[in-house]
Design a protein. Sequence first.
Lengths: 224, 224
Amino acid sequence: MIANLSITEENYIKAIYHLQQTDGNVTTNEVAEMLHTKAASVTDMLKKLNAKNIVNYAKYQGFTLSDDGRKIALSIVRKHRLWEYFLVEKLQFGWDEVHEVAEELEHISSLKLVEKLDAFLEYPKFDPHGDPIPDVNGKMVYQPQINLTDLPPSELAEVTAVGSQSTELLELLKHKKIAIGTKIIIKKKFLFDNSIEIKLQNQAAFTISQQLAQALFVKKTPNE
Amino acid sequence: MIANLSITEENYIKAIYHLQQTDGNVTTNEVAEMLHTKAASVTDMLKKLNAKNIVNYAKYQGFTLSDDGRKIALSIVRKHRLWEYFLVEKLQFGWDEVHEVAEELEHISSLKLVEKLDAFLEYPKFDPHGDPIPDVNGKMVYQPQINLTDLPPSELAEVTAVGSQSTELLELLKHKKIAIGTKIIIKKKFLFDNSIEIKLQNQAAFTISQQLAQALFVKKTPNE
DNA sequence: TAATTATTTTAGATTCGCCTAAAATATTAT
DNA sequence: ATAATATTTTAGGCGAATCTAAAATAATTA
């Protein structure tokens, strides 16, 4: 029953999916802000998606994706992350410049294309930002990761994901030479401004802001 | 000056480009038929494209692409054929099933993507149907080719292109095991129905219809 | 609790691409 | 050359997605 959806509808579904990851219940204004549109437009679209049983919607009460809606969202996320992986691994894009291109590619409809692309890429489990790629059934690997601010000092860890895809963040990470897979260790935490002194492999220690630390997720790695 | 164009506008530009390859001057009805739409819709779009200086249009007189329009068309054709090459060579699609997918992929806008894809594919000169791929400046290799119906008997030739991408044609070619690069020789021409007896390498001779012969283009190859 | 403020929905317009039906123009045949 | 036919354009309307402004509802504060 996966109806033919317009690109616009798909973008709404994806936005709702991402918002409910953190929020649970999603509101009209949140979606409007994420899609750079107005609340009235969101209401219009919600009525349409509700009629198609893609969202559970009750006037003024917020909304969530239905089971069908979630399946659709996962298939879009799958396509987005596979294309990002392709762009970085095969076409040599920088990991900070693939998001926008993948926003277009994720709407290519051919199912066969997605499966063949997945095979060509040898079934990657994570995209270049460290986010898990859903498989054809929507299942994805759960990666136990913690925020860098919760990592105890002196414990070796590896960057697994970043908190957003904003150009500003990615530009800063590039400058600091921090990427997915970078080994990191906390030297000292400063209580005054919650800044953190960190050290990367083969580099002198340096200090990063609380905001940056909060945007980094790591997994602890066994000290070899 | 390459304006932001909608997918619809791009499809009109591409249709006009292909029609004027054979026709020179293009008519409203031809475009309507190619795009499965109505003449009135074509007229609407022509006014818009004319206002953007993409076509040279005078009421009731037919029209052609402007220089700008031709550049845009070539960049779309370039994307289409590069993606087709990618799908066949890298993702193992059959050459008869890539056209529709490429119809979607050709509208992805990133210029950087096209150039990186071209490099990844090692700058192919022809797509899987034998059509030349324009380079970044719109230049493409001219391949001297003739229609199979114009090939004299007993001369060895090689299939270089097919006359259309219709599923029906491609299905038939698959069944007959004829593809781009296939070596072919004419054994006999039958004047009654213009059917042609041909022979491929390592195969018994068989007869093909006039319609099929007209859909095949070949280049003569030196008899080794 | 009642009033104020914030959020969401409705009402009505706009743009884009498409349509049908009718009018205008061009082409062809007598 | 004129009549019949074919093609193209105009006129007017429709659905999708958007917007602004106003009304309805919910949440917050006094």
